[in-house]
Design a binder for this molecule. Sequence first.
Ligand SMILES: CCCCCCCCCCCCCCCCCCCCCCCCCCCC(=O)SCCNC(=O)CCNC(=O)[C@H](O)C(C)(C)COP(=O)(O)OP(=O)(O)OC[C@H]1O[C@@H](n2cnc3c(N)ncnc32)[C@H](O)[C@@H]1OP(=O)(O)O
Ligand SMILES: NC(=O)C1=CN([C@@H]2O[C@H](COP(=O)(O)OP(=O)(O)OC[C@H]3O[C@@H](n4cnc5c(N)ncnc54)[C@H](OP(=O)(O)O)[C@@H]3O)[C@@H](O)[C@H]2O)C=CC1
Length: 515
Amino acid sequence: MSMIADFYGGKSILITGATGFLGKVLMEKLFRTSPDLRVIYILVRPKAGQTLQQRVFQILNSKLFEKVKEVCPNVHEKIRAISADLNQNDFAISMQDMQELLSYTDIIFHCAATVRFDDHLRHAVQLNVTATQQLLLMASQMPNLEAFIHISTAFSNCNLKHIDEVIYPCPVEPKKIIDSMEWLDDAIIDEITPKLIGDRPNTYTYTKALGEMVVQQESGKLNIAIIRPSIVGATWQEPFPGWVDNINGPTGLIVAAGKGFLRSIRATPMAVADLIPADIVVNLTLAVGWYTAVHRPKSTLIYHCTSGNLNPCNWGKMGIQVLATFEKIPLERAFRRPKADFTTNNVTTQYWNAVSHRAPAIIYDFYLRLTGRKPRMTKLMNRLLRTLSMLEYFINRSWEWSTYNTEMLMSKLSPEDQRVFNFDVRQLNWLEYIENYVLGVKKYLLKEDMAGIPEAKQHLKRLRNIHYLFNTALFLIAWRLLIARSQVARNVWFFIVSFCYKFLSYFRASSTLKV
Ligand SMILES: CCCCCCCCCCCCCCCCCCCCCCCCCCCC(=O)SCCNC(=O)CCNC(=O)[C@H](O)C(C)(C)COP(=O)(O)OP(=O)(O)OC[C@H]1O[C@@H](n2cnc3c(N)ncnc32)[C@H](O)[C@@H]1OP(=O)(O)O
Ligand SMILES: NC(=O)C1=CN([C@@H]2O[C@H](COP(=O)(O)OP(=O)(O)OC[C@H]3O[C@@H](n4cnc5c(N)ncnc54)[C@H](OP(=O)(O)O)[C@@H]3O)[C@@H](O)[C@H]2O)C=CC1
């Protein structure tokens, strides 16, 4: 019997960010392992023309929830979507809904955040700091609350090389930042942003660090824990391997490499690729929820959910395995053959960006224009290059995260819980995981049919022939131009032609003699 699964039975659980990547995997696991839970409240905003109900319906009817429906057929009744916008005061939750949340919630998992690296500081503060503060205030009014679990990121202190499971204060108090965002105009915020974020690379990591400080300062009598996952990737095992449905982090680059857009990337092959599968993060999160509620640690514990110190893999190994998988299982309608390399300095990066990214895009757009279609490749390529420049910080450095609390928790679990809520990253086989990840990108994110693989392979063969043809034509044109302009080139050309002629004459003469 799993103590953790048993613990969530009969509970009312509030999840923010339940429509996001991690939130969905968290909900799925909760329903599958504790189908007798009372209710999961999710704070959802209407989006992209969909009502709350339509959004929930879409999630529950997705492939991810197929197993849940077998174990918990009345899952629709156990999920209660509450209209909320975390950017608004009191989250714009109705009085009635607020009353219900305050009266019944037993556990909170706070996953909602803006994860965009380029978000405006005002918006990032609102969601990652102010909303966290408001949620804590709400939590403090919940009489039944047993635990508040805050999802942060292992990169909230990426300005440090070695990171312990402690909160590192930022120079300016979060309260001052929150206040100033209320009266400063956008232009001034833009001006002070670089000074505020200091040696962090973006507003995301900075505001997640502020969020942690808020959690520490406002914890009061609450039972709180913070989880810091590193780069969350597709699922490893549960509910099935390779599930992923958004293009954040490595996923977008895997798509770009598979479709042949991404040909070179500035990365350090030996740097640690601190990826962590989504199901490991979720298993740890649920175990932390149980431990925090049942054992009530005296202080707020922080748990690093990382792979680097227990089972390291580097970007080089990862890149090679991604490309090897595309050899076997290519994506459909690729722009070019999947073939990419790492560059390590600015000059080579600029060179390969021009030759392998910009030039083919310009040529393709020229072809689209010639055939009366709208050019789009240059725009897409510029977007990719911008994304690459934002991710570069994370793929050219290595960090060390200590994992004492995470390992301590593992040792507290019963053998059954260690199996059902497995977060032991040492058991992960990277090559197998990456292959499943790439497959998952194809199947679940791009929704490509496996039956289309032979056609995709044919398409790659055609691309290879076009590539050879194009290179031969380019060489001949360049050579012809060179001959027209340079005496040396003409002499070389004369030498080659006469050499070939002599060789052929000799060959013909010797074969005639034999006859
Ligand atoms: C030794 C030699 C070996 C040779 C080997 C060669 C190697 C070859 C490489 C092969 C493959 C590579 C694989 C391995 C390398 C992987 C490297 C990965 C690096 C990853 C580092 C991540 C570090 C993360 C650290 C922090 C972790 C966290 O805590 S939080 C989560 C991370 N957050 C993010 O990832 C968000 C980052 N994204 C952004 O900030 C923004 O998207 C952007 C600024 C990058 C781009 O913004 P922009 O406005 O230009 O575009 P946007 O509007 O966002 O999107 C463009 C289109 O995409 C759609 N989109 C966007 N988001 C999503 C989504 N979540 N789901 C679905 N679709 C999405 C969007 O709608 C746009 O579409 P259109 O409207 O149709 O245009
Ligand atoms: N993905 C990763 O690599 C990592 C993620 N994390 C952390 O994990 C958590 C979850 O991340 P992930 O699932 O990847 O992120 P997603 O971007 O997939 O999900 C974000 C969630 O927050 C919700 N949200 C955003 N703004 C609002 C708002 N104004 N009102 C209500 N809800 C809102 C989104 O709702 P909607 O669907 O309406 O947009 C969505 O459900 C975050 O705290 C993140 O910092 C930490 C480390 C790595």
